[in-house]
Write a protein that binds this ligand. Structure first.
Ligand SMILES: Nc1ncnc2c1ncn2[C@@H]1O[C@H](COP(=O)(O)OP(=O)(O)OP(=O)(O)O)[C@@H](O)[C@H]1O
Ligand SMILES: [Mg+2]
Length: 655
């Protein structure tokens, strides 16, 4: 945000505008952008009118001051009218106070408008992005999205405040100053203006250089930051410790930092050159005015007060004139920022509530995949090129991940999905919770096609424990209450007990109030899974989808997860992506997925007897588990024991 267009701020505002890319002036705006931007201004139209009025008032007061100087000298001092001089000095004081008051009020309005607009844009963008399908988040670079939106929202805001005050304010100042100067002495004014091109042309050149340098510096700073974040996060630091040569890293970093230093020096010199030449120009023009004007005054062609006033006006003229020479860049920059924000708001959320939604029955309902074909959306379908820093988005499709999948789970029954890594198991889980819509066929809950109901209904019906559990950087209690905001502490405890994780929580430094998540207290993989199960129990959905972690758990942890899972499955329809034998054996049906198709279906015994992929997976997995933990191999016809057996995860694709 840039303050009122008066005095000392001019130079700064001008230099700030150079930091923007001149290439934006060649950008073509989408049709209707300006009209839409005006739509955003609509709620602020009263404030905007007041703001513009104040900007004009500011320029008028500023332009009046030199006239008062003239009057003090010509009408007061030269005629020896003490009273008049004192009165006019009083007028000067009043004008000074008035100028301050105006710029304070003006600033208040511009802050109100600017911050209000930022608020409007931010909340709209947040709401909108939140409604985007998961595919958007897996394609868009979240970092770029966040920085871009932060930056662009602020840039858009400047369209109203800084551009308005710069353009309107500077135009007003230049017009009034020039008018007053021509009125005082058109000859001197024309002469003083002759100096202007001498300055404006080099100023544009320096401006271009400064813009280039600034871009280079942003780039270099970005690289430096990137290097630091990469090296200084835990995993990066670990690689450097284990493999890296710290001297090389330091030298590499030193090189980049040195480039930043060098461009910094050049940039500072250009900046100071620019500012001093502006000063020099004003000084030269003043010399000219005093020199020529002085001669005119001696000849009696010009009053002495007029001369002083002309010199005072000159000082007010050059700043605004140079700022106006860059105004095109300023205006375009803000318009482009606005356009980028609008672009995000224009992205269609593809997964939406049905117009006339059918409710889903409560309780354990059936889950059905009817001839489902699915491919993941391409970047071009879900994201924006400008968000990913590329000109054209990748539109090559990954191909069908699921092909003709038919599955049905009766109410209250359990279906286990097994298969090699990358077979499409997690994809099926995503379709059941409507993270994606199938490209062909239908997914139904209780007989209702998910596209014919609301997202809220699907959320209420289906609970998911995903393959990698995410906890927010918040207290454990608030992480759990994400599933049930009004849950009491007792309910939380009961759920945690059921999920076999209460003992762990009890041991935490602050119990339920311990901050967990990536930067909080670290829980082990197994503990996190059980917390997620507790969260699911609080939600109490009719259908559960469990994507068991493939991470190897130790026997004790495994046993607890198993017991917790057991609690979850009772009285619910469930789809379990299973890596553990006990889960699979308890299932009513097992579907073996390979290459996006259901290749085998049946119970454990059926499938072992069939001697297909399942039997193969079964053999290879147990062969490995025998080696890794020294347990006896489980054979198919062995009676199910209470001891949970490790069905080792990370199933490898079968050759
Ligand atoms: N967001 C995505 N965009 C594009 N392709 C994806 C995406 N997620 C997964 N895939 C692809 O879809 C296929 C199936 O992935 P999926 O995650 O369903 O496998 P999985 O059976 O769950 O494997 P695992 O046992 O390793 O978890 C894989 O080939 C994968 O590369
Ligand atoms: Mg998976």
């Amino acid at each position: 945000m840039v303050g009122p267009p008066s005095g000392a701020h001019q130079g700064w505002a001008m230099r700030a505008s150079f930091s923007k890319d001149r290439s934006v002036t060649e950008h073509r705006l989408a049709p209707g952008t300006v009209r839409r931007i005006l739509g955003f201004a609509r709620p602020y139209r009263r404030q905007l009118v007041a703001f513009v009025a104040l900007v004009l008032a500011d320029a008028t007061v500023g332009a009046a001051v030199p006239l008062v100087y003239r009057s003090i000298i010509d009408d007061g001092i030269t005629h020896g009218r003490t009273g008049y001089v004192a009165a006019m000095a009083g007028v000067l004081a009043v004008l000074a106070v008035l100028a301050i008051t105006i710029s304070l009020t003006q600033r208040w309005f511009s802050a109100r408008i600017g911050e209000g607009l930022i608020y409007d844009l931010r909340t709209q963008v947040f709401d909108h992005v939140q409604r985007m399908p998961i595919g958007f988040f897996s394609r868009a670079q979240t970092g770029a999205l966040v920085t871009r939106l932060n930056g662009d929202v602020q840039g858009a805001q400047q369209a109203f405040t800084s551009v308005l005050s710069n353009v309107v304010g500077n135009l007003a100042v230049v017009a009034m100053t020039l008018g007053a100067m021509f009125f005082l002495s058109w000859q001197l004014t024309l002469l003083a203006l002759c100096l202007l091109p001498l300055f404006l042309l080099p100023a544009r050149w320096v401006g271009q250089r400064l813009a280039d340098l600034t871009r280079v510096r942003y780039q270099l700073n970005g690289e430096m930051g990137q290097m630091m974040t990469e090296r200084f996060n835990v995993s990066g630091a670990l690689v450097v410790k284990l493999f890296g040569r710290p001297e090389d890293e330091s030298a590499n970093f030193g090189d980049r930092a040195a480039k930043v230093r060098d461009t910094g020096v050049t940039q500072a010199m250009y900046g100071v050159f620019f500012m001093s030449s502006l000063g020099l120009l004003a000084a030269l023009a003043t010399a000219l005015v005093y020199g020529l004007g002085g001669v005119f005054t001696i000849r009696g062609d010009l009053a002495i007060g007029t001369l002083v006033a002309l010199a005072a006006y000159l000082n007010r003229l050059y700043g605004p004139l140079t700022a106006l020479s860059n105004v095109q860049v300023d205006v375009m920059t803000t318009l482009v920022s606005f356009e980028r924000v609008l672009e995000v708001l224009d992205l269609e959320p593809t997964i939406l509530d049905a117009e006339a939604p059918t409710p889903i029955a409560s309780g354990p309902v059936s889950v059905e995949l009817d001839d489902v074909t699915f491919r993941y959306p391409t970047a071009a379908e879900v994201s924006l090129a400008s968000l990913e820093g590329v000109a054209v988005l990748d539109s090559t499709s990954s191909g069908d991940v699921l092909r003709g999948v038919d599955l049905r789970v009766e109410p209250g029954a359990t279906l286990a999905l097994v298969g090699p890594s990358g077979a499409g198991k997690s994809t099926i889980a995503g379709l059941v919770s409507r993270l994606y819509d199938p490209t062909g066929g239908a997914v139904r809950l209780g007989g209702v096609d998910l596209r014919d109901t609301t997202l809220a209904a699907v959320r209420d019906t289906v609970g998911v424990v995903s393959q990698d559990v995410h906890l927010f950087h918040e207290s454990l209690a608030s992480n759990l209450r994400y599933a049930k905001p009004d849950a009491t502490d007792e309910e939380l405890e009961a759920a945690l007990r059921e999920a076999q994780v209460w003992e762990v929580v009890e041991q935490l430094p602050e119990g339920l109030d311990t901050v967990v998540g990536d930067r909080g207290h670290r829980l082990s993989g197994g503990e996190k899974q059980r917390i997620a199960i507790a969260r699911l129990l609080l939600k109490d959905p009719g259908v559960v989808v469990l994507d068991e972690a493939t991470a190897h758990l130790d026997a004790a942890s495994e046993e607890k997860v198993q017991a917790a899972l057991h609690r979850v499955l009772v009285g619910r329809t469930s789809v379990v992506i299973a890596h553990r034998l006990s889960t699979i054996r308890d299932a009513d049906e097992i579907a073996v997925i390979d290459g996006g198709r259901v290749v085998e279906r049946g119970t454990h015994e059926d499938l072992v007897a069939r001697d297909g992929l399942y039997a193969h997976l079964n053999r290879t997995q147990f062969g490995r588990s025998e080696q890794s933990n020294g347990r006896s191999p489980v054979v198919a016809d062995e009676p199910i024991t209470d001891t949970p057996t490790l069905f080792v995860g990370g199933v490898e694709p079968v050759a």
